[in-house]
Design a protein around this ligand. Structure first.
Ligand code: MG
Length: 232
């Protein structure tokens, strides 16, 4: 996308909703290891390979059920996540996985705050998984609310949840047209558009700039340093 075409657009948003994996941080494989190990322990059989990009954790559990041919009422979701969350905490701390905060994340969060935008999470992680990851990377103080992958299995239903939690948290109303969703996958783009918001797609996950552009993101950048340059 030619960024110059946006030069006359208002790029300030009242509500900015951030995805976690591939957008704020890269866990270096720690998240994948934790969920696959949790699946192996819970179901007692090797985990299938999982497509985590943009998926909700509840959606991943449903895929696991299909794989292991369990029916939905045969899994105790809380028990499953009770295995997964400590594994996630351990694997993030493990030297085996070189996790990192992605470029310019903290500067973007500071910029949003200075500008008075409300900042929240819109992620496929469970609320607890999100809290574990944000604490691990020292980003937790930025986020007072969010919508999570244990609110709905369908990511497209998470936008309105985030919006109403933003209102509950700040006491202000937020229109979808003044909301920006920032994510790294086509599912983030679909989720933003399902709620009527704009999507900034960042090519810091597994999808290229071109793929994200072709999926209809309103703005695409190689990483958040480019976005910061556009908005500041
Ligand atoms: Mg992501």
């Amino acid at each position: 996308m030619d960024m110059s075409q946006h030069s006359s657009l208002d790029l300030s948003f009242d509500l900015v909703l951030y995805d976690i994996d591939g957008t704020l941080v890269d866990t270096g494989g720690a998240g994948m290891f934790a969920i696959m190990t949790a699946a192996e322990r819970y179901f007692g059989a090797p985990s299938p390979s999982l497509d985590l990009a943009g998926s909700t954790d509840l959606g991943i559990v449903k895929n696991l059920l299909d794989h292991y041919e369990h029916t939905a009422d045969l899994i105790d979701v809380e028990e499953f996540f009770g295995i997964y969350h400590p594994l996630l905490e351990q694997s993030l701390r493990s030297e085996q996985y070189a996790g990192k905060i992605l470029p310019c994340v903290e500067q973007c969060l500071q910029f949003d705050q200075q500008r008075g935008s409300a900042i929240g999470l819109l992620t496929g992680n469970t609320a607890q998984g999100a809290a574990i990851k944000m604490r691990h990377f020292g980003l937790d103080h930025h986020f007072g609310f969010g919508a999570y992958g244990d609110d709905h299995a369908d990511r497209n239903r998470l936008g309105p949840v985030a919006q109403s939690r933003a209102t509950h948290h700040t006491g202000r109303e937020y229109s979808a047209t003044r909301t920006l969703v920032i994510g790294d996958t086509p599912k983030d783009i679909a989720c933003a558009h399902a709620m009527g918001a704009r999507c900034l797609a960042v090519a810091t996950g597994h999808f290229s700039f071109e793929q994200l552009r072709d999926h209809g993101a309103d703005f695409v950048v190689n990483d958040l340093s480019e976005w910061l340059a556009m908005i500041s």
